[in-house]
Design a protein around this ligand. Sequence first.
Ligand SMILES: CC(C)(COP(=O)(O)OP(=O)(O)OC[C@H]1O[C@@H](n2cnc3c(N)ncnc32)[C@H](O)[C@@H]1OP(=O)(O)O)[C@@H](O)C(=O)NCCC(=O)NCCS
Length: 176
Amino acid sequence: MALRIEPLRRGHRALLADFRNQHATLVLYLQRFATRHGERDLLSRTFVAIDTVGGTERLAGYFSLSAVSVERDSVAVVPALDRLPRFPVPGVLLARLAVDGRAQGQGLGRYLFEEALGLTLQLARSGPIGFRLLVTDAIDQRAVDFYGHFGLTSLGDGLPCRMALDLLPLVMRPAR
Ligand SMILES: CC(C)(COP(=O)(O)OP(=O)(O)OC[C@H]1O[C@@H](n2cnc3c(N)ncnc32)[C@H](O)[C@@H]1OP(=O)(O)O)[C@@H](O)C(=O)NCCC(=O)NCCS
């Protein structure tokens, strides 16, 4: 698998139609809204994983990032965050992450998650703004388990389930 990650742009349009995922909303978002939200509306930025097999390119997965603010009371389940002042906690929202059904179970979900976390940490370490969390809204129980595997904590019981990762220990650790 020859894989590269690129910011989504109009030039990728021909690759979008073939993307498949068990959640129709995640396919629809990529095909209909992601480019416009990134280029015109400034609501999110999407990054796509392009796989080249035998000279043919395929969009194997994607993730989208936005800004978010989380109610202070909802992060009290994380002891380190319960010590913060009583106002909303800023973070980066991993708004969507999906792998093409034909490429699942081969490590691409991990690769995309680590890329999203890497970009977030880069911004948290040296960007001109401060924020404390990586946040996501897990779409179903499998997604809750997937993000739990990477250390995110559920902030509630329902679905979609808001989950968060405290970035402080990672920001303090030297970048590899
Ligand atoms: C969730 C999803 C992104 C996982 O992608 P994937 O390419 O199949 O995942 P990977 O093969 O990279 O697995 C990564 C790791 O997560 C683990 N994992 C994958 N799915 C898991 C699950 N449901 N529960 C627990 N762990 C899980 C794997 O065992 C693997 O662990 P390891 O790297 O330590 O061995 C993919 O199944 C998908 O697109 N699902 C539908 C959309 C979705 O739920 N998106 C996320 C929430 S909106």
